[in-house]
Design a binder for this molecule. Sequence first.
Ligand code: COA
Length: 148
Amino acid sequence: MTIVELGTEAADAAVDLWTASDLTRPWNDPYGDFARAVAGPSSAVLGLYDGETLVGTAMVGVDGHRGWVYYLAAHPARRGEGIGLALVAAVERWVEERGMPKIQLMVRRTNTAVVGFYAALGYAEQDCVVLGRRFDGSSGGAVAAEPS
Ligand SMILES: CC(C)(COP(=O)(O)OP(=O)(O)OC[C@H]1O[C@@H](n2cnc3c(N)ncnc32)[C@H](O)[C@@H]1OP(=O)(O)O)[C@@H](O)C(=O)NCCC(=O)NCCS
């Protein structure tokens, strides 16, 4: 198994993997995400291949302050084989090599299953609230405000 930085030709395989792993959402364009990440100087999509088959991905980027990970996925039929672990090690290396002191990621509140995976790797909940705003004005999965 080898881990490489994916190029544009791997977009279909990566998006298929993200869809099968329930990581896509209607308000996100996974092809746009993929294209921007592989084109940018401070981001990449790492892919783990078993022969010719893409069986794992992780999108990684640095913003000058820290590294971020998105779209970590192991093919549903290949879970529990160490693919996730190998990809986290690779993205951590990628971020450290660029001089960042820290790596972090967001987990959707509904994705409770994956928290144990990260916790076992030393990832701890951070004392912050994530705020965002979409430029198209849609809620894009934002948590509804509490009624006053
Ligand atoms: C998270 C994910 C990438 C893990 O990939 P994987 O290849 O199955 O993980 P590994 O085989 O490398 O597992 C490494 C270790 O974590 C453990 N582990 C895996 N998933 C776990 C989970 N959900 N909770 C707790 N431990 C978990 C494994 O048991 C293994 O431990 P061990 O070495 O002591 O046996 C995979 O479950 C996945 O693609 N999930 C769906 C997509 C997703 O939610 N991505 C994260 C978005 S934030």
